[in-house]
Ligand binder design. Structure first.
Ligand code: ZN
Length: 307
């Protein structure tokens, strides 16, 4: 079946999701550097919703602004998110169908972290935003770890429980782990969905056992706009954040993580990092030249016709 952009618009309209009237909050300070001077990159997202992506002029962090509040995002994930992505792609994407894709990704990424996990002798693993548990299950089996998944979506957590993982329905920022610490923490295809990246990384830093490992990946914003030569196509209301290699490196440095290895995934979209806890650098921001280069490239993509 050939699906046109008119079909896509119709399918999205049929969901009758009123994004414009969802409760939102305006962000006045950059989550990475705290500055308050932003430049508007886009006025619509890939679904056609009136969502603006802003870039911080100081550090180059890109984020939706304003963006839905936590409750509106809660409702979005409980009812709209998967149907919306299905409408966009013109095929059913739900907690079950995503598992095949996640299985392949898990197998590929397990090879990426294997040299580090093997040496660490870790026993426990926490998967933040672990969805249906496919990745945690694979890592647990490969590396002999006991896996825990924390995710706010009850239906997805149920699937994770079915795989024999310990599950927590909730958010890592809010859940009380008491004195529990984990040898391995994974944040897989999740960081772009968070509402507070700096806060979550600070929390993870506390939850990581001494000598522990963090696996984290981003959708590289540059790869996302370069592949379709469209900045609007790279922006979607499901992602409050749009990270790049310089901004993610800065987040990790400033939250107290040293990158042991970084790598591009086979999908040419995700960039992965394996990190260990170190002393945080307060002054680890991206260089001004990388911010300028990003803004210049965005303008170029927006102004030059697709090849
Ligand atoms: Zn900033």
């Amino acid at each position: 079946m050939v699906t046109t952009s008119a079909d896509r618009r119709e399918r999205i309209a049929a969901l009758d999701y009123d994004y414009a009237s969802q409760p939102k909050q305006a962000l006045t300070a950059c989550n990475l550097c705290g500055a308050s001077e932003f430049v508007v990159l886009t006025h619509r997202d890939r679904y056609g919703y009136p969502a603006q992506a802003h870039a911080c002029r100081r550090c180059g962090l890109v984020f939706l602004n304003p963006r839905m509040d936590a409750e509106a995002y809660g409702r979005f994930y409980n009812g709209i998110y998967r149907p919306l992505v299905s409408a966009f792609h013109g095929r059913l994407i739900d907690a079950r169908t995503i598992q095949d894709e996640q299985r392949d990704y898990a197998a590929e990424r397990a090879e990426f972290i294997r040299p580090f996990v093997g040496k660490s002798g870790g026993q426990t693993m926490l998967d933040i935003g672990g969805s249906t548990g496919v990745v945690a299950h694979h890592f647990a089996r490969e590396f002999g770890l006991s896996g825990t998944v924390i995710d706010p979506a009850p239906l997805e957590v149920e699937q994770a429980r079915g795989l024999g993982l310990e599950t927590i329905t909730g958010l890592v920022e809010e859940h009380d782990f008491d004195t529990r610490r984990f040898d391995v923490v994974i944040i897989c295809q999740t960081v772009d969905h968070l509402l507070d990246v700096a806060g979550t990384l600070a929390r993870v830093r506390q939850l990581l056992a001494k000598g522990g490992l963090l696996f984290i990946d981003i959708v590289d914003f540059r790869a996302a706009y370069l592949r379709h030569w469209s900045v609007e196509d790279a922006v979607k209301i499901d992602h409050p954040y749009y990270l790049t290699e310089p901004t993610m490196a800065a987040y990790l440095r400033m939250s107290g993580f040293e990158v042991l290895r970084s790598d591009f995934a086979a999908d040419h979209l995700h960039v992965s990092y394996v990190c260990r806890p170190v002393v945080a650098h307060a002054d680890g921001l991206p260089h001004a030249a990388s911010v300028e280069a990003l803004l210049r490239e965005v303008r170029e993509v927006q102004s030059r016709l697709k090849a």
